[in-house]
Design a protein around this ligand. Structure first.
Ligand SMILES: NC(=O)c1ccc[n+]([C@@H]2O[C@H](COP(=O)([O-])OP(=O)(O)OC[C@H]3O[C@@H](n4cnc5c(N)ncnc54)[C@H](OP(=O)(O)O)[C@@H]3O)[C@@H](O)[C@H]2O)c1
Length: 411
């Protein structure tokens, strides 16, 4: 087996033919040569993969073209051969609960690091329990949820905790951390299909309701604010309406796991909400989603996007996100910091960038990473190194004064 340093490739973008996978390929094509990244795109459909290369070749910002690796998810030998040739596989092929696992197994066996953009936390839980020890034994990093779910939350919390410690000293007791999300964006068919697949599986659906599914439960048992927020109200901090945030059931689980791994301490408590422009909007945002069967019927009727489709270039160009995070001293809540993470189209353009930068981080910066093996969260595997990469790539992490109330969420 080739040592990491001797591998022919640094990054394989797996699932490159999907809606988000094509954006990741387009992003890497613009940065790979400057970053010194040898890369390939992988998937099951050779025709689609070759068309992606042809389109990249015609693109004016393209720096380098990828190699093509054709392999289906049930071709174990092919997946192992792919993993043995590269330092990192960045996976965008979902629903992950249906097709994610064989890639993880190939990565562990071939000592290849891995990152993905899943938001399917129950799948992450099952696979981290099952494969985490083998990943650790083989010195392999597996890091899930490296897209909009959950980098702004996970790295934003790490950034806020770091700022709180810088301001009040390293022994400050980290208390409540609250993330307020504002955004404009839209969903792809692949994202919808992954949510529907999870809801249709009774075991995964039940697991998904556990706020501490990935760990991080306080010793004294759950506190009222640990429950998933399902209400809407006026928030005294922002002086604006808040409502449930659609991705909180993913992000809170990841951040709580990071809280344990990175020792945020026994008083650490993480909550995530959406900012709403009005009471009426907040009330609407607090309504549960239509059931999976209805969402599936809407996909079939063409009223929601099907797999492979997603928001247009024009819509993505207008989309944005802003996550404002308050971190408090547990012993004195009048001592706090605010930070902000912000960028463009969260679900797709920025997700493709986030995953690509995570993959480059794993491929090139292993020696500075906080942990080097196991099934890890983004903050506990790549931490500050990835924050710095994302900042350089145009995603802003900054300390801010206490925010005034002017925001609106549309999803
Ligand atoms: N974390 C985040 O913020 C975030 C953001 C965006 C998306 N996501 C997640 O990312 C995933 C992809 O979303 P998307 O909208 O890009 O989906 P998509 O357009 O439907 O793409 C799915 C990809 O999976 C591949 N695939 C499907 N079945 C396969 C099989 N049997 N063998 C090999 N490859 C197979 C598809 O290949 P073919 O082209 O050959 O069908 C395609 O490349 C979803 O799970 C979604 O929830 C997460």
């Amino acid at each position: 087996m080739a040592q990491r340093a001797a591998r022919e490739l640094d990054v394989v973008v797996w699932g490159a033919t999907g809606f988000t996978g094509q954006l990741a390929a387009a992003y890497l094509a613009t940065v790979a040569r400057t970053a010194g990244v040898r890369w390939a795109i992988g998937g099951r459909n050779e025709g689609k993969l070759r068309k992606i290369v042809a389109d990249l070749e015609a693109g004016k910002d393209t720096e380098s073209l990828p190699e093509v690796i054709v392999c289906s998810i049930d071709d174990t030998k092919g997946l192992h051969a792919m993993a043995a040739r590269t330092r990192v596989i960045a996976s965008l092929a979902g629903p992950f609960s249906q097709m994610g696992t064989p890639i993880l197994e190939a990565c562990i066996a071939e000592r290849c690091d891995y990152c993905d953009i899943t938001g399917e936390v129950p799948w992450v839980k099952i696979q981290s329990d099952r494969l985490g020890p083998a990943a650790e034994a083989n010195g392999v990093i597996l890091s899930s949820c490296c897209g909009f779910d959950s980098l702004p939350s996970d790295l934003g919390t790490l950034y806020a905790v770091t700022k709180l410690r810088e301001k009040f000293g390293p022994n400050v007791r980290i208390g409540k951390v609250t993330a307020y999300f504002d955004m404009m964006g839209s969903l792809s068919g692949g994202t919808l299909a992954s949510g529907i697949a999870m809801e249709n599986d009774p075991e995964l659906h039940k697991m998904n309701q556990n706020p501490f599914l990935l760990g991080g439960a306080p010793e004294g048992g759950p506190r009222p604010d640990d429950a998933d927020y399902k209400n809407y109200e006026q928030d005294p901090e922002l002086g604006t309406w808040i409502a449930p945030f659609g991705m909180a059931m993913i992000n809170t689980r990841i951040v709580r796991k990071s809280g344990t791994a990175l020792q945020y301490g026994p008083d650490f408590q993480y909550r995530e909400v959406a900012v709403a422009p009005s009471e009426k909007a907040a009330a609407k945002m607090a309504k549960p989603l239509p059931p999976a069967s209805k969402r599936q019927a809407m996909v079939e009727a063409g009223r929601l996007p099907k797999q492979g489709d997603g928001p247009s270039k024009e819509l993505r160009a207008k989309s944005w996100f802003r996550t404002r995070i308050k971190a408090e001293d547990a012993t004195d809540p009048s001592r706090y910091v605010w930070v902000q993470v912000s960028g463009g189209d969260p679900g797709y353009t920025e997700t493709a960038k986030m995953l690509s930068e995570a993959a480059i981080c794993l491929a090139q910066q292993r020696e500075v990473l906080p942990r080097t093996a196991g099934f890890l969260t983004p903050a506990s595997s790549m931490g500050t190194a990835l924050i710095e990469r994302l900042q350089a790539a145009g995603i802003r992490f900054e300390a801010i004064p206490s925010p005034a109330s002017s925001s609106s969420s549309k999803l």
